[in-house]
Design a protein around this ligand. Structure first.
Ligand code: SF4
Length: 83
């Protein structure tokens, strides 16, 4: 099974909420006016979460919805950006 990692750049996020509207069970909005990737690990200025094919389409839609390119998906093994 292919595993992926979604990475959110916290500084770049402008808190528009688009990702949270599209995939409501995967984000929360914080008091700081940012989205927070749920069940993720905070690594420096990013939230990062590993997932598999079952969530790929939803995370792809969230990445596509982001107006400032604060989100990306990479293949966890190769590190190649896929979205
Ligand atoms: S869509 Fe992008 S800018 Fe908007 S809240 Fe989500 S991560 Fe932040």
């Amino acid at each position: 099974m292919v595993t992926y990692k979604i990475i959110q750049d916290i500084d770049t996020c402008i808190g528009c909420g688009a990702c949270a509207v599209i995939t409501t069970d995967k984000w929360e909005m914080t008091d700081e006016g940012k989205a927070k990737l749920l069940n993720s690990e905070k690594i420096k200025e990013t939230y990062e979460k590993t997932f598999d094919d079952s969530d790929l389409e939803e995370y792809r839609e969230a990445v596509d919805s982001c107006p400032v390119e604060a989100l990306k998906i990479v293949d966890k093994e190769t590190g190649e950006k896929i979205e």
